[in-house]
Design a protein around this ligand. Structure first.
Ligand code: FPP
Length: 242
């Protein structure tokens, strides 16, 4: 879905976040990297809560990339345990607060217990509509486009889709994010100005905000400042300003 120039909301409806810097935050305190990830998970809780008053209806966060498997086995398994704990601990709060949770990324490689919890949380919150939280786990933008293309090609082979009907409207229907609007704003913490394979197709017209703060230090206050400053920008989607 494309954001349109006629949106009445001036702030971003959909914010995507690359939560970077947990490891450095922990190292600066002489603690193991996982300590930083735990602190990062606490921030996730708070930032999700901050969305409603800021009228951010969609929040999409990058929790684990297709490249993150290259980290040490202990960090990877620590993160997977943290995801399971987060889902178990937060499920009822999320439901109560009206948060609809979705997961994007390839679930095939993930631990079955984790996938079961992800499915349960999606079902548990399926009727919520206050804030839509999408968590990217084993997600990569290129991988997503490749998986989408595979499904699209299958439909062509089956004859349910004609090659001449494939266009910019058709392809995103096969992406993991097919029910979400495109992000208006992408924030990356910790001073790196890269997008690291996050929402490649979807962020074609997004604004980017690269900030130095490490993710565990990212405050509600900084979040609201960034969201507020977005309102003042003039987004043209390639057109000439009126
Ligand atoms: C990047 O920091 C962060 C990650 C790869 C993990 C993100 C996970 C969380 C914020 C915690 C849990 C999330 C949920 C949804 C419960 P880094 O480790 O690359 O930091 P560094 O660049 O300083 O090493």
């Amino acid at each position: 879905m494309m954001a349109s120039e006629t949106d009445t909301q001036s702030g971003p409806q959909h914010v995507a976040v690359i939560m970077d810097g947990n490891g450095r935050w922990a190292q600066a305190r002489g603690r193991p990297r996982l300590f930083g990830h735990h602190a990062g998970a606490k921030r996730v809780k708070e930032i999700v809560r901050a969305c409603k008053p800021l009228r951010v209806k969609y929040l999409t966060i990058f929790a684990f990339s297709t490249e993150n498997w290259k980290r040490t086995q202990s960090e990877v398994s620590g993160l997977m345990t943290l995801f399971r704990q987060y889902i178990r601990k937060e499920a009822n709060n999320l439901k109560k607060e009206g948060v609809r949770v979705r997961f994007i990324g390839d679930r095939v490689k993930l631990d079955k217990k984790l996938v079961a919890l992800m499915n349960e949380l999606e079902e548990l919150t399926a009727h919520n509509d206050v804030v839509h939280l999408t968590i990217a786990i084993n997600y990569g933008g290129r991988d997503e486009v490749a998986r989408a293309t595979k499904r699209l090609a299958t439909d062509v082979a089956l004859g349910t889709l004609k090659p001449e009907d494939v266009d910019e409207e058709t392809l995103p229907k096969y992406l993991d994010t097919h029910v979400l609007p495109d992000p208006d704003l992408v924030i990356r913490t910790s001073g790196e100005a890269r997008i690291s394979n996050f929402l490649l197709w979807q962020s074609a017209y997004a604004e980017y905000e690269f900030i130095d703060t490490l993710w565990p230090d990212f405050s509600d206050e900084e979040f609201s400042k960034i969201v507020a400053s977005f309102g003042g920008r003039n987004r043209r989607f390639g057109a000439v300003p009126a």
